[in-house]
Design a protein around this ligand. Structure first.
Ligand code: ZN
Length: 167
């Protein structure tokens, strides 16, 4: 178990696509532990943070780790099967650019399939906060950052200004 450095915007690895995980033994458990520890450390230092994707610690593997009241644990090899045409706009943030807020548009509801840490196939339907969180994290696995999802060239704010205005 270890706390890893989180890659920051400008690091070219963040634009890379991650590869599927096919082996569900020791190496996968190490990655789960590293993501969990790094997420916990970020949240303790910054006061926010619900999830992290493996490429953010430099591991180009299709795993995200989530810790919310609704879901806690790894999501491996996720695929979005269905996305609601109904969209919602929100201010998004990211561990890879913690001082920046980006206004994005996401589907209100999605359905995904994924594998758990044992490699078992699972399905879940997510709405609202959980839906936009999953879309953000799954984007990371495809080398897409929230800055690319900005709804306009003006859809950016520093976190300080965003907090000041409570946009
Ligand atoms: Zn992110």
């Amino acid at each position: 178990m270890a706390i890893k450095d989180i890659l920051q915007l400008g690091n070219p690895l963040l634009w890379e696509k991650s590869i599927p995980i096919t082996e569900f033994k020791n190496t996968t458990q190490d990655l789960i532990n590293n993501l969990s520890d790094t997420l916990e450390n970020f949240r303790n230092s910054n006061g926010f943070g619900r999830a992290i994707a493996a490429p953010q610690i430099g591991m180009l593997k299709q795993m995200i780790f989530i810790r919310t009241p609704k879901f806690c644990g790894p999501i491996i090899n996720p695929t979005i099967n269905w996305a609601d045409t109904e969209q919602m706009q929100l201010w998004d943030d990211c561990f890879s650019f913690p001082g920046l807020m980006v206004k994005v548009s996401r589907s209100v509801k999605i359905s995904i399939t994924y594998q758990n840490e044992q490699g078992l196939k699972k399905e879940l339907i997510a709405e609202n906060d959980f839906s936009e969180l999953l879309q953000h994290e799954i984007d990371h696995l495809h080398g897409i950052l929230a800055v690319e999802r900005a709804i306009s060239p003006q859809a950016f704010a520093t976190r300080t200004e965003w907090l000041r205005q409570k946009i």
